[in-house]
Ligand binder design. Structure first.
Ligand code: FAD
Length: 285
């Protein structure tokens, strides 16, 4: 919960549940983004409160049909991971869409070519199964700010798209989305007064370059109180966080800059502080 004198941001914790879900559909949203629709009886009771909610996804070992899963801790607070092999293999993913009536949960996977998750998503097809734990908690941001600034790479796109879909009519929002090229741009419906700028890497590797820093530094701030949300490669975001926190001295309760992955690091733990300006977030599981 925030202590700042403006709009109140609440953190709502949910009971943790570990589920096995089945792939119902797979769709290429763009050449390098795949949408996997999950369902099945165990989706019953799934909770999704906020556009940036995320889950821990557990992947089967190559050749296996089912993933190794952790247990819910005896006190119900978090997950107990085994102390010896086989160990669960998990990654964090945003809940791109949850439809309790249809019994469907969409996750969007960036096909970056390496890693357990990206490789699983590359060959995902109906009938395959995954483990899903969480969301552990939801950061509930009220749409009461004067304006919004969102920025990020493809891994942030699902959350930013959800926020844009959710924002009320006419609310000013400036958005910067970093993707490889024009083929990776997505249609994002919104009622907000959104200025969406797509940035292209133009051949640079993911996490290289200072596209997001340059974009955010170039923003002309609107009058009133903004809420700022930025996510992407941890190294690329350090100067962005520094600029927003230190140079602009924005209220940290209202300025969330979260490294979602890090070049050369397998399964970055985004709860670990990423620099001296970073604070912790809500765990997925
Ligand atoms: C809260 C949260 C929500 C997230 N939501 C999403 C989401 O909705 N969709 C999504 O695709 N990702 C999302 N991510 C990021 C995702 O969890 C990481 O990219 C994860 O590392 C992917 O796992 P992997 O097994 O594919 O790669 P890993 O095994 O973790 O890493 C293998 C190698 O690939 C590199 N790598 C990892 N991710 C990328 C990337 N995106 N581009 C280029 N290289 C990469 C690593 O640096 C490493 O060298 C989210 C992360 C967090 C913390």
């Amino acid at each position: 919960m925030t202590t700042a004198p403006g709009p109140r941001i609440d953190v709502v914790y949910h009971d943790i549940t570990v589920r096995i879900l089945e792939v119902l559909r797979v769709r290429r949203v763009t050449p390098r983004m795949v949408r996997v629709t999950l369902g099945g009886p165990e989706l019953e009771g799934f909770v999704d409160r906020s556009p940036a909610d995320h889950v821990k996804v557990f992947f089967p070992e190559p050749g296996a049909e089912l993933p190794v899963l952790p247990r819910v801790a005896d006190d119900g607070d978090g997950l107990d991971f085994p102390t010896r092999a086989p160990f669960p293999v998990s990654r964090d993913y945003t809940t791109r869409r949850f439809d309790p009536v249809a019994g469907e949960l969409d996750l969007d996977f960036v096909l970056h070519g390496r890693g357990v998750a990206a490789r699983w998503a590359e060959r995902a097809e109906p009938g395959m199964r995954l483990g899903v734990a969480g969301p552990r908690g939801s950061i509930v941001v009220p749409w009461e700010f004067d304006w919004y600034l969102f920025a990020g790479d493809e891994t942030a796109l699902p959350a930013i798209a959800r926020m844009l879909e959710d924002l009320p009519e006419g609310v000013p929002v400036k958005v910067f989305l970093l993707v490889d090229d024009a083929g990776e741009e997505e249609e994002i419906p919104t009622r907000a007064d959104a200025e969406i700028v797509w940035l292209h890497r133009g051949g640079l590797a993911h996490g290289e370059g200072d596209f997001l820093e340059k974009a955010v530094r170039g923003v002309e701030f609107l009058p009133g109180l903004p809420f700022v949300w930025v996510a992407g490669e941890a190294g690329e975001l350090k100067p962005v966080r520094r600029y927003l926190h230190r140079e602009l001295r924005l209220n940290r309760d209202y300025t969330d800059v979260d490294g979602f992955w890090k070049r050369g690091v397998v399964n970055l733990d985004h709860h670990e502080p990423q620099d001296e300006d970073d604070e912790d977030n809500v765990p997925a599981g």
